[in-house]
Design a protein around this ligand. Sequence first.
Ligand code: UDP
Length: 236
Amino acid sequence: MSNQYKRILLKLSGESLMGEKQYGIDEKRVNEYATQIKEIAEMGIEIGIVIGGGNIFRGLSGTTQGVDRVKGDQMGMLATVINSLALSSALEKVGQKARVFTAINMFPIGEHYSKWKAIEAMQRGEIAIISCGTGNPFFTTDTGSALRGIEIEADVMLKGTRVDGIYTADPEKDPTAVKFDKISYDEIYTRGLKVMDLTATTLCKENHLPIIVFDMDTVGNLKKVMSGENIGTLVY
Ligand code: UDP
């Protein structure tokens, strides 16, 4: 077992919480995530989590239906809170303590986020689930997770997706796509790869936060990544 990572920031997309469903939260998937997360918490790793909201609402898609962008983004941020509560509940159910933080004050739904409160929670062995993305419209939860990862001084940001890493092209569309074992931040730009939005990638680059993109939907993979197995793509 490698002790490479003492503290991590795990980003889960809202869409991945849908599992097989078309909308909302798939309990089976959330429970699988909770079990995987508990497993690595038991390895002594401190864990911060940022969840997206795309399974419920995205501000940008709302604008096509006439929703004001700022209000739409606020709806999206609230969606991340719903997902965070669902995951914290699933974690508690498997016996793993967790605490929900919100970038926007909405006590008692969660605690108003601060770097120090989140770190204290992680040091007590609780999972810090940090919701609302950055707390601002016009951002994404990828950027929120880059920001929180840097703030909480995580050693790495893990981006759990349904694909097992970064490819030269979308492997779900292009069968000739080849996977990278590792790739530099700059190469993501120059190749125009859609790994995360550029704001998030830039934040990680400027603050030297490495990213591992891996398939979180295969049960056991999170532990493999934490044990140093080379199953995803490292962005450095
Ligand atoms: N959002 C926002 N500011 C943030 C993070 C998220 O306004 O800092 C809103 C935005 O509308 C976004 C939605 O929340 O579309 C859900 O987040 P995201 O699209 O990143 O979720 P994911 O794709 O990871 O499920």
